[in-house]
Design a binder for this molecule. Structure first.
Ligand code: DLL
Length: 432
């Protein structure tokens, strides 16, 4: 099922023509209306008319989070504020938030993209969609909401939190589709079990999960526990919010809606564009946004692109499940460690729950990585010897997978803090 078959299945040649036309328009527009872009392009010696082919975009300067900070809050908007009908933002870890503005048409575009995404996850006007992403400045709640309304589904705007009530609503209202972070979906499952409700008591069929990295193993865990099809939705505040990409029923990569976003993969150290298939940092140029266009925005997210045709019939490029952000990566004794690597190793071990926390400390000059791992109730009540064996097994698996020595601490079910939004996976106690 498609939401917009003509666009989603457009032959590549036509799609490339459309992309080029839209890129050219966008570059002309930012050059004319956004002083910061004009200055950067002048410094780089590129004029809008130099962009004649899709490859030419590599001559345009990158836009980074620093540019957003320098132009906080509205300096990169390409329309007067009288045209801006919505402002969203993300908190960010340091200092000021990242701010996004939308014109009326941008809101329509965003709704269309989320409508496509929800349709990929099997939702339709007959569905009941519970939106348990936070509503407010965060783009998750309102983004999913507008998309679900666009397809004509019945939307339950439950927002994040109050988990028992989430479960009650799911049961009483017959929710068929749940939209929230993957870690919150698991938390909802735990609470559901504690209320003696099982997935068979619900009508839930699919989940639209994103806003944080999660592995294929985590997907299987969620699909088995909740008995649903779990889809991965990607997006970020700067780019529009959720709905930049989603996986179809093939689940072999997330289709990036190329009629709106032009992706590139670069080497994060050199900034060089890498050939299709290489892993690197995702860079996106938005080609339809009016209020807040972004040229070659460095997302910091690590992935790769696959231009092979997909079995679902959609022609849009697929990005691999995001491995993590380059800034989530911790370097422990010179070795790069991503929480997603730990997650995929842990979830292969029976009896381990998908809740874990990486704690890095520095003892003198030596980094220590301790991994807290939750185990199931059954395992936790096993005799000490068995727990020790399991601890040893997990440590061995992690050490061979990560290539460094780690400490493992098995902890009681439910003892690692749960999140109603994005999960926290790393505590770095080193003062780096
Ligand atoms: O998280 C937008 C969103 C809301 C996406 C709901 C999906 C669902 P930000 O708060 O600006 O926006 O965070 C963006 O979150 O750069 C990634 O690092 C991460 N992220 C988002 N979706 C995924 C995903 C929203 N599916 C940042 N897989 C991005 C991995 C994701 N990481």
């Amino acid at each position: 099922m498609y939401w917009d078959k003509e666009m989603e299945c457009m032959p590549r040649e036509k799609l490339e023509e459309l992309k080029l036309r839209r890129i050219k328009e966008t570059v002309f527009r930012v050059y004319a209306f956004v002083p910061s872009y004009r200055e950067k392009m002048d410094t780089a010696g590129v004029k809008p008319q130099d962009i004649q082919t899709l490859e030419d975009i590599q001559y345009l300067p990158f836009t980074t989070k620093q540019d957003l900070r320098d132009n906080y809050p509205f300096g990169l908007f390409a329309v007067p504020m009288s045209e801006v009908v919505r402002i969203q933002s993300s908190s960010g870890t340091t200092g000021k938030p990242t701010v996004a503005g939308y014109t009326r048409r941008d809101i329509l575009t965003w709704s269309e993209l989320v409508a496509r995404a929800l349709t990929c996850a099997g939702a339709s006007r007959h569905s009941i969609v519970q939106v348990a992403y936070g509503y407010g400045l965060f783009t998750g709640g309102l983004g999913a909401h507008y998309g679900a309304e666009r397809i004509g589904a019945s939307v339950i705007p439950s927002s994040g939190g109050n988990t028992q009530r989430q479960v009650m609503l799911m049961q009483d209202f017959g929710t068929t589709h749940l939209a929230c972070t993957p870690s919150y979906a698991l938390f909802i499952y735990d609470v559901m079990r504690s209320m003696n409700i099982s997935p068979e008591d619900l009508k839930l069929r699919a989940g639209i999960f994103g806003a944080e990295p999660w592995t294929e193993n985590m997907r299987s865990e969620i699909e088995t526990k909740l008995r649903i099809s779990a889809h991965d939705i990607y997006g970020m505040t700067e780019l529009i919010g959720p709905g930049v990409a989603i996986d179809c029923s093939c689940k072999e990569g997330l289709h990036i809606w190329e009629d709106h976003f032009v992706p590139e993969i670069i080497d994060p150290d050199t900034g060089k564009v890498l050939p299709p298939g290489s892993e690197g940092e995702l860079v996106i140029t938005t080609i339809t946004k009016e209020a807040f266009p972004l040229i070659r925005y460095r997302t910091r997210d690590l992935t790769s692109l696959n231009y092979e045709p997909c079995k679902c019939g959609r022609t849009h490029v697929r990005m691999k499940k995001v491995k993590g952000r380059s800034d989530d990566m911790i370097i422990v004794r010179g070795v790069n460690v991503f929480p997603s690597m730990v997650e995929s190793i842990l979830l292969r071990v029976p009896g381990v729950e998908p809740h874990y926390l990486l704690i890095v400390e520095r003892d003198g000059t030596l980094d220590e990585l301790e991994i807290l791992v939750e185990v199931s109730e059954k395992v936790f009540s096993d005799e000490v010897r068995k727990l020790e064996e399991l601890n040893k097994l997990i440590r061995k698996e992690l050490e061979s997978g990560l290539g460094i020595a780690v400490k493992v601490r098995l902890v009681e079910p439910g003892s690692i803090e749960r999140s109603e939004g994005k999960a926290k996976r790393v505590v770095d106690k080193r003062n780096l």
